[in-house]
Write a protein of this length. Sequence first.
Length: 183
Amino acid sequence: MANKTNLSIGAAIIVIIAAYLGIDLNQDKNTTAIVHSENTQSESKDDQASAQQAQINSHNTHVDNTQNSQNQQGLEVIQKSFERKLSNVQVQSSGKVKAILRDDNEGSRHQKFILLLDNGLTVLVAHNIDLAPRIEQLQKGDTVEFFGEYEYSEQGGVIHWTHHDPQGHHISGWLKHQGKSYS
């Protein structure tokens, strides 16, 4: 009988230990599950951030590609217009400032500078500063984007109408320098 009692006490102790170990094991499993859940949420947030950054990069690449495409198309139009001696051609492109000239103050005042285009041509920009703000702080080597009208000249051409038309008869043009628009 003592053996049965000892066995019962032993079994009770084993059940208590098993129950204790079972609870401890479940707590470890719960802790592991919580840590795994937090890691998964963290990875999910990282994945979301990565996806958002990829979307931003894709948008920026699209914008850059669109701008490069417009610039390239503008360069081709200017090149063909120069070769064919055409004028009154609306163009959009960009170039680097090769020279800054004195303002033309006869009649309508114009800020004047020469741009070197990526296709090797140079164009004189005649920007009407009676109708649009002048580009302050313009320096040799700066990049200037433009949307205006190309006029043929033997030196490469002239870009004008880089401003709004107060009468609304002509397409409004613009210049962009260091992120600021001038129209």
